[in-house]
Write a protein of this length. Structure first.
Length: 289
């Protein structure tokens, strides 16, 4: 029968003690982290009820970079980016670069995915969520781009764009996407419309602070239009929103976001209550809005 020397017994005991202490430290660390998160979430929820916005938006200690070509595309073609101050431009570029890395871009029917396509599509998503802390839009994994309108098996018809929540896929036709950027004040923008659907669904399934604000505020908007017949009637008959907006709640939100982004001053002038709720929904405190 082997005999364990006292020295060996000491080291075995020490090893077991170290393992147990390490395990205990991990448990305590997890508990402290959960406690800290719970306390912060409680504070932020209280802050949200008072201010209708999160405690903070940007926390990017390490910024991802766009290539020189990608940054040039952003500067030359994306108006919203050019209105930002220097600090927010850096955050915007970081978010665009991160969005590009986290999504799969697929070209169909011969469309070649270029830097221009990646940057402009991603920048549209980042613009809509630039007032959010969690900006990735988890309801999207894949972005498919066609050169023009395409045949969709969803309803056996030709589409310009669509969002498939079950597949986590956003689909766009490139020529109609670019048309939305060529005319910036016609309240028609395919990418904004389809990303609005994705953000709407994302807010339903996620529980981050901005999703809560987004969904709660949209419910406020729905109640406002339901309870204020005069306002709803004026909105419908003004033709300020195209008739498609009144198809259902999802289309109402998408068309309202198109209108808010493309003609904020006119929107604020004609429907200030609705405008204020949309601004709150997006936490949109940027130049021009």
């Amino acid at each position: 029968m082997p005999i364990i020397a006292p020295e060996q017994d000491y080291y075995i005991g020490l090893f077991i003690l170290v393992v147990l202490l390490g395990f205990l430290l991990v448990i305590v660390s997890i508990w402290l982290r959960q406690m800290a998160v719970s306390v912060f979430d409680g504070i932020e929820m209280g802050f949200m009820f008072i201010t209708k916005r999160p405690v903070f938006i940007y926390f990017h200690p390490f910024l991802n970079k766009l290539s020189a070509k990608q940054e040039s595309i952003l500067k030359q073609q994306f108006t919203f980016y050019n209105r930002l101050n220097k600090r927010k431009k850096a955050y915007f570029k970081h978010r665009v670069a991160t969005f590009i890395k986290q999504k799969q871009f697929v070209g169909n029917e011969g469309f070649l995915i270029t830097d221009e396509a990646k940057v402009l599509i991603s920048a549209t998503a980042v613009m809509l969520t630039f007032g959010f802390r969690d900006y990735i839009i988890k309801s999207i994994k894949t972005i498919i781009v066609y050169p023009t309108q395409y045949y969709s098996t969803v309803n056996d018809d030709y589409h310009k764009g669509e969002f498939h929540v079950n597949l986590k896929t956003l689909v766009l036709s490139w020529d109609h996407f670019m048309e939305g950027f060529r005319i910036e004040d016609d309240k028609l923008n395919l990418a904004i419309h389809e990303f609005a659907h994705a953000i709407h669904f994302n807010s339903i399934y996620q529980n981050d602070i901005n999703s809560v604000i987004f969904l709660d505020t949209f419910n406020e908007l729905r109640e406002l239009l339901s309870n204020n017949d005069a306002l709803r009637s004026r909105l419908v008959h003004s033709e300020y929103l195209r008739n498609y907006a009144f198809t259902n709640d999802f289309e109402l939100l998408a068309v309202i976001l198109e209108t808010f982004i493309e003609s904020p001053n006119e929107f604020h002038q004609h429907f200030p209550k609705i405008y204020a709720l949309v601004k709150q929904m997006l936490n949109f405190n940027f130049s021009g809005y």
